[in-house]
Design a protein around this ligand. Structure first.
Ligand code: SAM
Ligand code: FES
Length: 345
C-alpha cells in the first residue's frame, strides 16, 4: 500500500483498481495516509476549522429515500416545520455565537414554496451581509435554484449519494432518478453556487467498486465541498437491521479525499461523531476542516432523526458551540469566525 499512498500524494489521483486496492488495504500504512492528509490540510487551511450553523427547518419530505428516517412513508415520524421568525431567531443566536455561515436544511417540503424560501433567504442576507448562506433542500428545478441564488444564497449541498446508477436505484424508489440528481448538481454548478456533493459510507449494497467510482466522480466534478459520513440505520426504514458504516473506513476516505482534492472543504460530520465519540477529532486529524453544529431549537431537534441515536439532540446551541470549541482546541486546531469560503475555485 505504501507505493499507492505515495503515488496518490504525488499525482492527486489513482486508477479505479488502485483506489479499490487502497480502500481494501488495512495495514499500518493507514497512518502514513492520515499524516499526509493532515499535512495537505495544514498547507491549505492551516489549523483553522470552519463552523457552519445547521438549521434543520422542516422534516416534512415528499421524497422516499429508502435509508432515510424522515422519508415520506415513515408514518412514525413526528413532523414539524419552523416559522420564518424561528429561523431568524436561530440565525440571531448563531451570529452571536460567532457563526458566519448558516446552512438551511430540510426535507423537500412543499409548504416552503420558492416565494417563501426567497423571502427567508433575502431576510437572512440583508440582516447578515457578512455571512454565507448554504441551502440543503434537495432536488429542485433550474429556475428554482436560480431564484434562490439571485436572492443571495451562496452555496448548495446536495450529496450525489452514489456515483453508480444501479446502486442509486437500489437506495431510492423508482420515481427518484440518478439522472435527475446529476442534473441538479450540474445546474447548481452552472448557476454559480459553491457546490457540495457526497455520500454515505457503508450504505446498503455499496461495494468497494462503488466507493472508487464515488472518488473518481468527485475528482472530476471538482466540488467546493464534500460531505461524507457513515450510513447509520434507522429503525423505521427497511434497512433497519443493516449494519452501520464504519468510522475507520470513513476516516480513511476523508484522508483519500483530502489528497485527491487538496483545497476542498471537508466536514467531520455529525454521523461520524455519532458512531465514534471521538469521530470529529479523528476526522479533522485525518484531513477534515469543517464542523457543522446544530442551531435548530432544542424542542424540534429530536424530530430531525434521519438515523437512530443522532447526537447533540438535547443541547442548547451555546453548549454545542462550547463543546466543539474545546474538542477542536484539544487537537491543536482552532475554530474561526469567518465565512470559510472554499479555496477550491
Ligand atoms: N433533503 C435534502 C437532500 O436530499 O439533500 C437534505 C436532507 S437529507 C436528510 C441529508 C443527507 O442525509 C442525505 O443526503 C443523506 O446522505 C443523509 N442521510 C439520510 N439518511 C441517512 C442515514 N440513515 N444514515 C446516514 N446519513 C443519512
Ligand atoms: Fe427526504 Fe430524507 S427522504 S430528507
Amino acid at each position: 500500500m505504501t507505493d499507492l499512498v505515495e503515488k496518490l500524494y504525488r499525482e492527486r489521483t489513482l486508477s479505479k483498481s488502485e483506489l479499490i486496492e487502497l480502500i481494501n488495504c488495512r495495514d499500518a500504512d493507514t497512518e502514513r495516509l492520515r499524516t499526509l492528509a493532515e499535512k495537505v490540510r495544514i498547507e491549505n487551511y492551516g489549523h483553522d476549522v470552519y463552523v457552519r450553523g445547521l438549521i434543520e427547518f422542516s422534516n416534512y419530505c415528499k421524497q422516499d429515500c429508502r435509508y432515510c428516517g424522515i422519508r415520506k412513508s415513515n408514518l412514525n415520524c413526528e413532523r414539524y416545520r419552523l416559522s420564518y421568525n424561528d429561523i431568524m431567531e436561530c440565525c440571531d443566536e448563531g451570529y452571536k455565537l460567532g457563526f458566519r455561515t448558516f446552512v438551511l436544511q430540510s426535507g423537500e417540503d412543499a409548504y416552503f414554496t420558492d416565494d417563501r424560501l426567497c423571502e427567508i433567504i433575502t431576510a437572512i442576507k440583508s440582516r447578515y451581509p457578512d455571512c454565507a448562506l448554504t441551502l440543503s433542500i434537495g432536488e429542485k428545478s433550474f429556475d428554482s435554484y436560480k431564484r434562490y441564488y439571485d436572492c443571495g444564497a451562496d452555496r448548495y449541498l446536495l450529496r450525489h449519494e452514489t456515483a453508480n446508477k444501479e446502486h442509486y436505484q437500489k437506495l431510492h424508489p423508482e420515481a427518484q432518478s440518478f439522472e435527475n440528481r446529476m442534473r441538479c448538481l450540474n445546474d447548481l454548478k452552472r448557476i454559480g453556487y459553491q457546490v457540495g456533493c457526497g455520500f454515505m459510507v457503508g450504505s446498503p449494497y455499496q461495494t468497494d467498486e462503488c466507493l472508487a467510482e464515488d472518488l473518481l466522480f468527485m475528482k472530476d466534478f471538482n466540488p467546493q465541498m464534500i460531505g461524507i459520513g457513515p450510513f447509520i440505520s434507522h429503525k423505521d426504514t427497511e434497512f433497519d437491521d443493516y449494519p452501520d458504516g464504519s468510522a475507520e473506513l470513513t476516516i480513511k476516505l476523508l484522508s483519500i479525499i483530502r489528497l485527491m482534492l487538496p483545497k476542498v472543504l471537508l466536514p467531520a460530520t455529525t454521523a461520524l461523531a455519532t458512531i465514534d465519540a471521538k469521530g470529529r477529532e479523528k476526522g479533522i486529524l485525518a484531513g477534515a476542516n469543517v464542523v457543522m453544529p446544530n442551531l435548530s431549537p432544542v424542542l424540534v431537534r429530536k424530530k430531525y432523526q434521519i438515523y437512530d441515536n443522532k447526537i447533540c439532540t438535547g443541547d442548547e446551541s451555546a453548549q454545542c458551540a462550547l463543546c466543539l470549541k474545546q474538542r477542536i482546541e484539544s487537537i491543536g486546531c482552532r475554530i474561526v469566525t469567518d465565512r470559510g469560503d472554499s479555496k477550491n475555485k
